[in-house]
Design a protein around this ligand. Structure first.
Ligand code: SF4
Length: 113
């Protein structure tokens, strides 16, 4: 994110695995789903805001060794997958859609404060 938070740059598909690690190491905070990028950020010591949808922290794939905030919703349908799903079996994906941008922004603010 650029100074003042007014612009976002996408690096999707631009970097190798090692370059991605270097990029994550330079970030003040990383916002990610329960993904490999989340674990890479944790590994390089960058604070993480982790959005957990169909998976749950109890499976053991937590962001560890770094400051982190896990955002998730208590839904009866969770977890529906051990590693995530491309499509919601119920068709609404509320586990992620119900996490608001304001919650994510507040978690980012706490971690960079
Ligand atoms: S909202 Fe859909 S994808 Fe998310 S946990 Fe429930 S069933 Fe799975």
């Amino acid at each position: 994110m650029a100074e003042g938070g007014r612009a976002v740059a996408s690096a999707a598909g631009e970097f190798s695995l090692q370059e991605t690690g270097a990029l994550l190491a330079r970030a003040r905070v990383v916002v990610s789903g329960d993904t490999g990028v989340m674990h890479m950020a944790t590994g390089v010591g960058t604070p993480v805001v982790a959005l957990f949808g169909p998976t749950v922290a109890q499976f053991g794939f937590l962001p560890y060794h770094a400051r982190a905030a896990v955002l998730e919703r208590a839904l009866d349908c969770r977890p529906c997958s051990a590693t995530g799903t491309a499509a919601c079996p119920l068709g609404h994906h509320r586990c992620l859609a119900d996490i608001t941008p304001e919650e994510v922004a507040a978690a980012v603010e706490r971690l960079v404060a």
